[in-house]
Design a protein around this ligand. Structure first.
Ligand code: GCV
Length: 698
């Protein structure tokens, strides 16, 4: 038997911690010391730490265990008497290759078992999560495996360091100094992802440049891959469709041209020679001006399959985005992805995943689930969420997205009867798919706090946890995150969770109540601009989406209108055909209604809208009071930053409310309901607000 590697032997290898103020850099991994009784129980349970596996990932797992216990104030005492935690590779049919099984027996023996070393690492992080959140650890019998196979961050990072829709500084990838200089940030980033089970990273923007596929950049990517690999993370590339022409000297990028297919095969071979575990390609094709197979009258399936054949010999995949809408297609934008992709069901190669945004427009504060999720049973469908908050307050608004993600995952497609949730489509159980995935557009940048605000870290956290288990409740996730981020004191965890849980609904209320969508400022997508109507393409204009006039408001997607409802399963389409049976949260997404339409609570639509705006602003004011009550419990730096951001959010919620009301009143000429204040300024004042240097705008 090989000798046990103990934690004490690893101490010398541990990175020295540099003291920093509480700037959020430690994310949810900062775990503060536990209360005394829990601390001593944990120290007693973890007197000796050892591993029977000796690869790089097992060594990381043991080091993490040691480090995590130290953070919790439970550093194993040298020579102390007590229990042992053993990391052990086993054959266990209850878990999959990335899963883990934790058992803790009353005799003090704790075993974190897994089939592969990565499972040991995930098991250690889970054990530490339990400890940090105050869960009982003395007896455990807990098996957990990820439900989704590819749990991937999509970085919209450009090679010049600018992050499209990034609100947390420049890209963390230092392409200029790679491959020679490997920033320590890469390891910290990998560690944070591994703590959630994220196992893939697309490093470059879907609006891709061919340069990423050139030899120097492959060498740079190989250096990043080397840093991420021990943490169980593969790298992927966004591929530019016309790369064979731009850097390969070919005359065409037609997927059925043998020379084009040969070029991609050779390029894939070259990448895999440098990065044997390269994950594959992500492609945005024929979307928003990007080139694609349709430029050659080939279908998305023909394009995806050609690329898939190039990576298949190496075990790679292609993630092909379904985010398409065409400037020359007069049909409802919300229908176009379905119309392009649904007829291709069954035509995609088995190593292709079609990556579908959660809703049919574009990451709005609320969208109904994308109808493709119930309509392509013969295709590997992958979820795409946006963690970066392009439309939900960017870096400053506190709008916890766990509730948004979960709302989509729990939506029932009814594709195979009641209970055919989006989660079951995505985890493959509904239609029997083995290749499954969930992508999140990253909110990560080089800011000290990584995500632009402390609370935005919770969205990264929630994405990772839901990719592991789409059934987790957003409240459980919020509580976990709060306990690890701010400490487990019940007052703190309860209050932080109380702030987070209704926060996204508050944003829906002050931005896009009752199913409105896409009414934000041009380009930067920050702030209200429902009046915009001059942009070149109809579907770029907010007026296209709300269709407000003197009589009414809303987009008619019933059979009398665009008939987008027909893209849903019959029982859903049936309900959506009638405003009275449509979920009021999606009312104006599906129906154009008169201003005096009666809502379920009896009030007229206009008055209900105004009350939603008011409710959103009032909720932010409550969030401020709740946060202020935490001052004695939170460190000065994170308290002050969050307090300042909430003040911005309060001011801007009012701006959203007032500007929207001023505009819609200019259209419907209706009075405000009694008790609702007039907007602070006239409409022209709101129209004049412009933000030429708002971040993240390409
Ligand atoms: C990367 C929206 C965003 C774009 C983004 C696009 C996409 O339109 O505003 O910045 O481009 O979605 O998802 O491809």
């Amino acid at each position: 038997m090989r000798p046990l590697l103990t934690a004490l032997a690893l101490l010398a290898l541990m990175p020295q911690t540099v003291a920093h103020a509480e700037d959020g850099h430690e994310l949810w991994l900062r775990a503060s010391p536990l209360p005394a009784p829990q601390r001593s129980a944990l120290r007693h349970q973890a007197t000796r730490l050892q591993t029977t596996a000796h690869g790089p990932t097992a060594r990381l797992a043991l080091a993490e265990l040691q480090r995590g216990l130290a953070r919790l104030g439970a550093t194993p005492a040298r020579g102390g008497k007590g229990g042992t935690i053993t990391l052990e590779l086993v054959q266990d049919s209850r878990i999959n290759d990335e899963g883990f099984h934790i058992t803790a027996r009353p005799d003090g023996q704790t075993v974190i078992a897994a089939r592969r070393e990565i499972g040991l690492l995930y098991g250690v992080f889970h054990y530490l999560r339990l400890a940090a959140t105050g869960a009982p650890l003395a007896t455990l019998d807990l098996a957990s495996s990820p439900r989704v196979q590819l749990r991937v961050l999509n970085h919209w990072d450009n090679l010049d360091g600018v992050v499209e829709r990034g609100y947390s500084g420049r890209s963390i990838w230092d392409w200029w100094r790679l491959p020679d200089w490997r920033d320590t940030l890469y390891t910290e980033y990998a560690r944070a992802n591994a703590s959630l089970g994220i196992n893939g990273v697309v490093v470059n923007n879907v609006n891709a440049k061919s340069t990423s596929l050139t030899a120097p950049y492959i060498a740079k990517l190989a250096a990043i891959a080397g840093e991420l690999r021990p943490w169980g993370i593969r790298v992927y590339l966004s591929a530019r469709w016309t790369a064979p022409m731009e850097i390969g000297g070919l005359k065409s990028a037609d997927p059925l041209d043998p020379a084009v297919a040969a070029w991609w095969r050779a390029k894939s071979d070259e990448i895999y020679a440098a990065i044997p575990d390269f994950g594959g390609f992500l492609v945005k094709a024929n979307s928003e001006g990007q080139p694609g197979p349709q430029d050659y009258r080939r279908s998305h399936a023909e394009g995806a399959n050609m690329l898939a054949a190039a990576v298949k010999p190496h075990g790679g995949v292609v993630m092909w985005r379904a985010f398409v809408y065409a400037h020359d297609n007069p049909d409802d934008r919300a229908k176009q992805a379905y119309n392009d992709f649904q007829p291709l069901d069954g035509q995609f190669a088995d190593n292709v995943l079609v990556q579908v945004k959660n809703g049919a427009i574009d990451f709005q504060p609320r969208e109904p689930f994308h109808p493709l999720f119930g309509a392509m049973p013969k295709t590997n469908l992958m979820m795409e969420f946006q963690i970066t908050k392009e439309y939900v307050g960017q870096s400053t608004h506190l709008t916890y997205l766990g509730t948004l993600f979960s709302e989509t995952l729990q939506a029932d497609t009814q594709a195979k009867g009641t209970g055919s949730t989006v989660a079951k489509v995505v985890d493959g159980t509904l239609d029997g798919h083995r290749l499954t995935g969930m992508a999140g557009v990253a909110n990560i940048g080089a800011d000290r706090d990584w995500s632009g605000s402390i609370f935005n870290q919770a969205d990264w956290y929630a994405f990772g946890r839901l990719a592991w288990d789409p059934e987790l409740s957003p409240e459980t996730i919020a509580r976990e995150w709060a306990a690890q981020t701010f400490g487990p004191a019940p007052k703190v965890v309860n209050t932080v969770t109380t702030i987070m849980m209704p926060s996204r609904e508050a944003a829906v209320d002050y931005m896009t109540p009752l199913g409105l969508a896409h009414v934000m400022g041009t380009g930067h997508h920050y702030g209200p601009a429902p009046w915009v109507s001059h942009l070149a393409r109809p579907e770029w204009n907010p007026v296209y989406y709300h269709k407000a006039d003197a009589q009414g408001i809303g987009f008619d997607r019933s059979a009398k209108g665009s008939n987008a409802i027909s893209q849903y399963a019959p029982p859903i389409a049936q309900k959506l055909s009638d405003p009275a049976t449509t979920d009021e949260r999606q009312l104006l997404w599906f129906h154009h209604l008169p201003w005096d339409y009666r809502l379920k609570n009896g009030e007229a639509l206009w008055s209900g809208m105004v009350h939603h705006y008011d409710a959103g602003v009032a909720q932010v004011a409550r969030m401020q009071v709740q946060w202020d009550s935490l001052q004695p419990y939170i460190d000065k730096e994170r308290f002050a930053k969050t307090q300042a951001f909430l003040a911005i959010q309060r001011r801007e919620a009012q701006w959203w409310r007032d500007a929207s009301i001023a505009y819609f009143q200019s259209v419907n000429h209706l009075d405000l309901p009694s008790g609702s204040a007039k907007p602070a300024h006239d409409l022209d004042w709101y129209k004049e607000q412009n933000l030429p240097y708002a971040p993240g705008n390409p």
